[in-house]
Design a protein around this ligand. Structure first.
Ligand code: FMN
Length: 362
């Protein structure tokens, strides 16, 4: 990722998982085979996209299509892709309560050497209750998860800083004579992102992250919050980028795009969507968007991108909407398509030049 160039950064999101971010019973649902993952990553690399972001998911969401029922483990996935690409950054995603910090620190340092400094990490402190029950890990109160995240990340950073044989006595970890060479490639710590949408999640990102993923409903209504995130980080002497996940359907005409979205909605997997909504409700906590974006997001957003912001239209409309997000202060978008490999070429041929013309891409 070229951090010297301003504009809108672009990543691909969720393609290590079957069905990606789409909750529908479609024949063209994303087949997350290794061959498809590799081909997509190499295409993104050739196109100069900025990063690839997986989803760490340990079981499917049920319903008729069981979205994410098959998924590649993200650190192993990142190793394979880093070895097969040249310039794109590849993220892994770690669940704090499931990954011991010393194991994770070494795995990530290893992957970062494979990629010569191109690994990033998405730290997930949050909770998919069904997964944690599967692991037999006790559920913690919502905000306490981020306190564990603070401790986890401080340990990883000390290892990566090359501190030798230190002891750590904390609430969650008691560690003796810790060592963990090698450090990440060239001794540089990894870029870290967090996507917590609650106040506690956002505060964690402001304290520690290079990127915060915010949940955006109306870009203009998010301007103040995005600016505040950056200001609060700056006050701590840090720079933070604000990103958001975006589902894109881009076709030759607006009508074609709308027709395709109707086709997706006709096949929406209400069983899987209902299961996800139930888990989120049970996890009850306040979100940065007080109106509860997830629960009231329209069905097409939930079918196409799990409730994330969606951009649907011809290439002009898609470029315009991406520019609108950028104007609201968004630094980058993590994109999902329904069928990534089939849809990326048209997006690249038609939308990337428009973003260049708008001065949003070099
Ligand atoms: C871009 C993005 C990536 C995410 N990746 C994962 C993931 O891989 N695994 C996961 O369990 N949760 C993932 N999440 C969920 C968040 O990390 C977070 O747990 C969730 O939004 C709940 O927020 P909260 O912990 O602040 O309540 C992701 C969310 C976003 C927006």
């Amino acid at each position: 990722m070229n951090r010297d160039v301003a504009g809108l950064r672009l990543g691909l999101f969720g393609f290590n998982c079957s069905s990606g971010r789409t909750y529908a019973t479609l024949p063209e649902s994303w087949d997350a085979s290794w061959e498809n993952n590799l081909a997509l990553a190499q295409r993104a690399d050739e196109l100069g996209l900025d990063c690839l972001i997986p989803i760490a998911r340990w079981k499917g969401y049920g319903g008729d299509s069981n979205p994410n029922g098959s998924s590649f483990e993200s650190i192993a996935w990142a190793c394979g892709l880093l070895a097969a690409t040249r310039s794109v950054d590849v993220f892994c995603t770690v669940h704090v309560p499931l990954h011991h910090p010393l194991v994770a620190a070494k795995q990530m340092a290893t992957a970062d050497h494979i990629g010569r400094g191109r690994l990033g990490v998405n730290i997930v402190c949050g909770w998919n209750e069904d997964e944690f029950r599967m692991f037999g890990v006790e559920k913690q109160e919502h905000d306490a998860r981020y306190a564990q995240g603070d401790e986890w990340w401080s340990i990883v950073k000390r290892v990566w800083a090359g501190e030798d044989r230190f002891d750590h006595e904390g609430v969650h970890y008691t560690l003796r004579r810790v060592e963990g060479a090698p450090r990440p490639y060239a001794g540089r710590p990894l870029r870290m992102m967090n996507a917590g949408s609650s106040p506690a999640g956002r505060a964690f990102a402001i304290r520690h992250s290079d990127m915060h993923f915010d949940a955006i409903d109306i870009p203009e209504a998010s301007i103040d919050r995005i600016a505040e995130t950056k200001r609060l980080a700056r006050e701590r002497g840090r720079d933070i980028e604000v990103w958001t996940p975006v589902g894109i359907v881009c076709r030759r005409t607006q009508r074609e795009a709308d027709d395709y979205v109707r086709h997706v909605v006709d096949h929406v997997d209400l069983g899987a969507i209902g299961y996800l909504a139930e888990m989120k409700t049970k996890d009850g906590h306040s979100a940065t968007d007080p109106q509860g974006r997830q629960l009231r997001s329209p069905i097409e957003r939930r079918a196409l991108a799990r409730g994330s912001y969606c951009v649907i239209g011809d290439a002009d409309a898609v470029a315009r909407e991406l520019a609108r997000l950028s104007s609201a202060g968004v630094d980058g978008v993590a994109i999902n398509f329904v069928d990534y490999l089939a849809e990326l070429p048209f997006f690249a041929a038609e939308v990337l030049p428009r973003l260049e013309a708008l001065g949003l891409r070099a």
